[in-house]
Design a binder for this molecule. Structure first.
Ligand code: HEM
Length: 475
């Protein structure tokens, strides 16, 4: 093949691959195969070591990326939404900006610069995958509007979970399944392990870990040592979750060191911070990293979550592949948010000891049983308010919880035709950063300050309750 012909064939192939293949549907799950396929074809061509091989590859790559860039800049359905130029061209821009695990600050800065609707992503057109129908359309918008949580997860929402939730693929789990019917069925199994009776059993277990935590801190205090609290709260979170779900603690509080399984798990999960904006890179990274598999252990006399999930798997073989996914989910979902919330609470109590004093007085005055969480919640409004305010300033899910609109799209900020209403097109991935929304000055007076009173005796400090969703909408 002569040189001009090789360049032309490469260029035409690049444009055809973009408009005929890659522009259609979701490709994140196939990303590892696409990477390996491309590297293999390029390697075979380069083995020939001719100038035309190089030109073929160069023509292909240049035209592919030029076609993608032109489409994203000038023809993309989201082109009218404001956003940084780099984000319009490639999500790798976002990865670079969030490289120090500070995605919440990156998005917060975008909010300050561009307003409530910011284009932070590109496109995914017609495709049907596992019953999820996509058609040509835009992909990602980051929305800071206070009504976003009810719009995404409220009873009238048709949104589904976005591509990010395929992170455990091919494993499935309650939190990551994208199909609403499958999720509802799995949730019924989980709910059996969260009855009032089960919760009372869990509470009794938790108290023993709180005693362990207390003993460690008291020991440091007695020896006038500073306690490094962050690992202790993580050990507490993981130990309790191991016990709750698998009836087996990781025993980190006792041993005073990280369990290797948790180290592996957190290492694998750590790539999610910087790589969350690009689910296709997550897929590639997880295939290259050692997998962590934890199966429920230690059968128990008192039925817990693992008991019901194992029972279900015994009678329905199709549920077996869910056990690993759900075990990872249970450990991560239960421990990380608990630890990060505790760190937020204690950080603010250290900054403002007046709140610790007030909680102490509340407990002393009411004589409430500190081992009874329900009584504490009932009798100690300032304690409740401190927890609520810490969850507002330090939400466990700072930016996550990506959703995807469906065929009818979604109106935000009002109904169709109303002033200020914005239409979010069909099949848009929506990011709704809790960190920024829960610090909106128009929703919370003195929003960046820790003011627990807004949840007790000074409710006027909350202007718009809709913006507060540390646990989601509970649906
Ligand atoms: C301060 C503590 C916690 C906070 C702030 C918190 C927050 C959240 C949020 C925001 C979600 C929605 C995630 C999404 O949409 O992707 C979620 C889901 C979930 N959390 Fe928590 N969580 C906490 C503690 C726990 C604990 C202790 C457990 C114990 C098992 C747990 C189990 C779950 C499960 C199973 C889901 C998935 C529910 C479903 O998809 O139906 N969480 N949590």
């Amino acid at each position: 093949m002569n040189n001009p012909l090789a360049l032309t064939v490469g260029a035409v192939t690049g444009v055809v691959m973009h408009h005929g293949v890659f522009i259609h549907g979701e490709w994140h799950l196939q990303a590892p195969s696409i990477l390996v396929g491309h590297v293999s074809v390029f390697a075979v061509l380069l083995l020939a070591s001719t100038r035309s091989s190089w030109l073929l590859i160069a023509g292909y790559l240049l035209s592919l990326f030029a076609s993608i860039t032109i489409y994203r800049l000038f023809f993309h359905p989201l082109r009218h939404f404001p956003g940084p130029l780099g984000a319009r061209i490639s999500k790798l821009w976002h990865v670079w900006q969030a490289r120090k695990c500070k995605n919440f600050l990156v998005l917060d800065a975008l909010h300050a610069q561009y307003g409530d609707f910011v284009r932070t992503g590109m496109s995914h057109p017609p495709h049907i995958t596992r019953g999820i129908t996509n058609r040509p359309g835009p992909n990602e918008l980051t929305i800071f509007h206070p009504d976003i949580y009810i719009a995404l997860d409220g009873p009238k929402s048709h949104c589904i979970k976005a591509e990010w939730y395929d992170l455990l693929h091919p494993r499935q789990s309650l939190v990551t399944t994208r199909d609403k019917a499958i999720h509802a069925a799995r949730r019924r199994q989980w709910n059996r392990g969260f009855t009032a009776k089960s919760l009372a059993q869990y509470e009794a277990k938790i108290l023993t870990y709180i005693d362990d935590l207390d003993a460690l801190i008291s020991h440091d205090a007695a020896h006038q040592n500073t306690t490094e609290i962050n690992p202790l709260f993580y050990w507490f979170g993981f130990d309790t979750m191991g016990d709750f779900v698998f009836n087996k603690s990781f025993d980190m509080l006792h041993r005073g060191e990280w369990h290797f399984v948790i180290v592996l798990l957190r290492r694998a999960m750590s790539i999610l911070g910087p790589l969350s904006p690009v689910p296709w890179v997550v897929q590639i990274a997880f295939r290259l990293c050692p997998r962590v598999g934890i199966l429920p252990a230690n059968p128990t006399q008192t039925p817990d979550v693992a008991f019901y999930l194992l029972e279900d798997a015994k009678t329905h073989a199709s549920q077996i592949p869910w056990l690993t996914g759900d075990s990872i989910l249970a450990i991560v979902a239960g421990s990380e948010p608990t630890a990060s919330t505790l760190i937020g609470i204690f950080c603010e109590l250290a900054r403002g000891p007046v709140h610790a004093d007030r909680i102490y007085r509340e407990i002393r005055t009411t004589g409430v049983d500190v081992n009874d969480p329900r009584a504490l919640a009932r009798e100690c409004p300032h304690l409740e308010a401190v927890v609520a305010e810490a969850l507002r300033l330090y939400p466990a899910l700072l930016t996550g919880g990506y959703r995807k609109t469906q065929g009818e799209g979604m109106w935000m900020g009002g109904k169709h035709g109303e002033e200020g209403a914005v239409f979010v097109p069909p099949f848009t991935t929506v990011v709704a950063p809790r960190f920024s929304v829960m610090r909106r000055e128009d929703c919370f007076i003195r929003a960046s300050e820790f003011l627990p009173e807004r949840w007790s005796d000074e409710p006027w400090l909350v202007r718009n309750r809709a913006a507060y969703a540390p646990f989601g909408t509970g649906i």
